[in-house]
Design a protein around this ligand. Structure first.
Ligand code: NAP
Length: 515
């Protein structure tokens, strides 16, 4: 028996012991910076000699790890190993697969500070955010482990005389797991563990910007006792080997989280059968967002401003759920703008290995340049009231930026920027607020602040997002508390961390036996 699922509590870094452990972990991880990492295929090291380097965004010349890159040959090798392993893994007692995840969760608890430290260096995620990322990864392992137990129980069916009927869930085959860099632990672990616990075998291609945490999962799974070939670690450039993995005739499903552009490409390529392919590939794609917070005339303005600033600038605005547009009623517009500027100017920015810094660097040079392009566009589309400056001399730092008086269809009100840039849009009344809230191609998260119950009820009906929050910020979803995933161009409508998620990695087989 396993106990009921509970979310892993996050650490309090004001506690001296936690602070000390985190400092020790940061010091330890620094000693590991010069490591060269192999691919892991069929439980063995594979080296290609072609290296991919992962850098610290806060110290742009600091190499955090060097990874041997997979080419087509290694993908074929990993596919063969996975296909072979699948033949046994698919018949494993689901309980054994669940136990593997629960063991992995415990190992992750033991390595928690170290994992946090990898994220601090590799993605410039601050201590608190890094720890929340690890807590979420542990939650996925604990939750999906329990979910598989539930799905392997006898499923309810209507009886028919003279027959014994049952429905069982069986795995799909070999899947490609392709995560982004921004939740290098949680999202990578969530998609991988869901694939594995359901009996599939996996080719895991981590993001090129954050492969270290992916390698840690590989080590953790091996320590927990995963059979050879069930999980294969194949880092490499998405633009070089992504299409090959997606189009491989033996790829049965693709679990992807990342940008809309790449997600749509994967969806399109996967839809076209390759030679020798005998199934329709399943694509689970969680993609971008242009998430808005609506602040009504009857809102608690202080709470709305606090929530907006946290959702817009936490982890430098690099969350798919980040608030990048705030839609504010004209009656409170000036007061609200003053408040968010005041709160934003209090944010500290710098290398987040120092816990005094709240915001770190953005992920890389391409991202720094792209965000600045949007800031320049925004300055023409509205009025800059905070930030607008950056410094890439040591790392990719951008001040939290707010641009007000933005029209609802302006570029910075519509396109995902994925950085610390907030567009403020003025509206008049509830009708216009709802219209603007829904006027993008995305539909991931949103928040509505108001004390008026009728308006709250209307927002619940009309605000078309996968995750809607009332009178709180639009980031910070918890596993099985806020099952997570968006509508429209934000993805394939899946809900990570929810009770229907594992079924995306399974197919149901109905067996009827004459008595
Ligand atoms: P990305 O550029 O789309 O990359 C995501 C992954 O796809 C990476 O592993 C990347 O590999 C790989 N890739 C690139 N080209 C590929 C191809 N042709 N075929 C197969 N794979 C390919 O996204 P990102 O910059 O890592 O992440 C940020 C994006 O993720 C944002 O849009 C954000 O909104 C979204 N996101 C969504 C959610 C959600 O739940 N909806 C959660 C988190 C993030 P390389 O790294 O080697 O290029």
């Amino acid at each position: 028996m396993v106990g009921t699922f509970r979310n892993e509590p996050v650490l309090d870094f004001t506690v001296v012991e936690n602070r000390k452990k985190m400092e020790d972990a940061l010091a330890y991880v620094q000693t590991q910076f010069n490591r060269e990492y192999p691919l892991r295929i069929n439980g063995e090291d594979v080296k290609t000699g072609k290296l991919l380097k992962s850098y610290n965004p806060a110290r742009k010349d600091q190499v955090v790890g060097s990874f041997h890159k997979a080419g087509k040959k290694e993908i074929d090798l990993a596919m063969s190993a996975a296909l072979k392993a699948f033949e046994e893994w698919k018949y494993f007692d689901p309980e054994e697969r669940s136990i593997l995840l629960l063991k992995a969760a415990n190992i992750m608890r033991r390595r928690r500070f170290e994992l946090n430290a990898w994220m601090v260096y590799e993605t410039s995620k601050n201590w608190v955010e890094a720890d929340a990322d690890t807590a979420e990864a542990i939650d996925f392992l604990d939750f999906y482990g329990r979910e598989m137990l539930r799905l392997s129980e006898r499923q309810p069916l209507t009886d028919t005389e003279g027959e014994f009927n049952k429905l069982i869930y069986i795995p799909l085959g070999v899947g490609a797991v392709i995560p982004p860099w921004n939740f290098p632990n949680a999202i990578l672990v969530g998609m991988t563990s869901a694939s594995i616990v359901t009996g599939n075998a996996v080719l895991l291609k981590p993001s090129s910007d954050a492969p270290c945490t992916g390698y840690c999962l590989m080590e953790i799974m091996e320590e927990a006792g995963i059979p050879k070939g069930v999980l294969n670690f194949v880092p490499g450039s998405g633009s070089e080997i992504g299409d090959y993995i997606v189009q491989h005739p033996k790829t049965r499903f693709i679990a992807f989280t990342g940008s809309m552009e790449v997600g749509l490409r994967i969806n399109r390529l996967a839809a076209e059968p390759s030679e020798g392919q005998i199934w329709i590939k399943r694509v689970v794609a969680e993609m971008g967002g242009k998430d808005g917070i609506v602040v009504d005339s009857e809102a608690d303005i202080e709470a709305a401003a606090t929530g907006t600033v946290a959702a817009a600038f936490g982890f430098q605005g690099q969350k798919c759920s980040a608030c990048s547009r705030v839609i504010v009623d004209e009656s409170i517009y000036d007061e609200f703008c003053n408040l968010i500027v005041e709160k934003t100017n209090e944010l500290t920015i710098g290398d987040v290995s120092d816990p005094e810094n709240y915001m770190g660097a953005v992920i890389n040079k391409a991202s720094f340049d792209s965000i600045f392009k949007y800031i320049e566009i925004g300055k023409k589309e509205g009025k800059l009231i905070a930030g607008g400056e950056g410094d890439d001399s040591k790392g990719y730092f951008i001040k939290p930026t707010i641009i007000k008086d933005i029209a609802p269809h302006a570029v910075i009100a519509q396109e995902e920027i994925f950085g610390p840039v907030l567009a403020v849009i003025k509206v008049k009344g509830m009708d216009e607020a709802m219209k603007v809230a829904n006027n993008t191609i995305y539909g991931l998260t949103g928040a509505f602040f108001s004390r008026n119950k009728a308006k709250v009820a209307r927002a619940k009906r009309e605000f078309h997002v996968g995750n809607l929050y009332i009178n709180r910020k639009c980031t910070g979803a918890l596993v099985d508390v806020h099952p997570f995933g968006g509508f429209n161009m934000s993805g394939t409508d899946s809900k990570a961390g929810g009770s229907d998620y594992l079924q995306l990695f399974l197919q149901a087989k109905s067996i009827s036996e004459q008595l």
